[in-house]
Design a protein around this ligand. Structure first.
Ligand SMILES: [Zn+2]
Ligand SMILES: [Zn+2]
Ligand SMILES: [Zn+2]
Length: 126
């Protein structure tokens, strides 16, 4: 296994999200880049990208962590309130472009919300 430089690894992962609006599971990413970087590096970079407001993470139906590109986030304002959709048949997961209204609840401060809608995707309905 050849280990690429750390900065290079950050770029590689950054490009994955820049060039696609798909969501990727941690397992997919580890598998895809297993020749280039180890698991720990991938986890660390994903954490960093998330802190910087480049990507956001959420859990899929199988409890796996998924990551997808953020649109208007930064390290200061990182609040993704859109729901995610996962297809039960093929497992595909994507960000939905509608926002949900987070209810304001007395005596609670909400930091993030996670809404997962589950069903069949366009390809699986057809
Ligand atoms: Zn975000
Ligand atoms: Zn599907
Ligand atoms: Zn999303």
């Amino acid at each position: 296994m050849k280990i690429v430089r750390k900065t290079k690894s950050v770029e590689i992962l950054n490009d994955v999200f820049k060039s696609s609006s798909n969501a990727f599971s941690v397992v997919d990413l580890i598998d895809r880049f297993k020749e280039d970087m180890n698991k720990t590096t991938i986890y660390r970079i994903l954490d960093k990208l998330e802190q910087d407001g480049v990507v956001h993470s959420f859990l899929g139906i199988d409890g796996l962590k998924w990551y997808a590109k953020c649109h208007d986030c930064s390290s200061h304002s990182h609040f993704d309130t859109h729901p995610h959709f996962q297809c039960q048949k093929c497992g595909k997961l994507d960000c939905l472009s509608t926002n949900i209204t987070i209810p304001s609840i007395p005596n609670r401060e909400i930091d993030f919300a996670q809404v997962l809608l589950v069903g069949k995707c366009d390809k699986c309905i057809a």
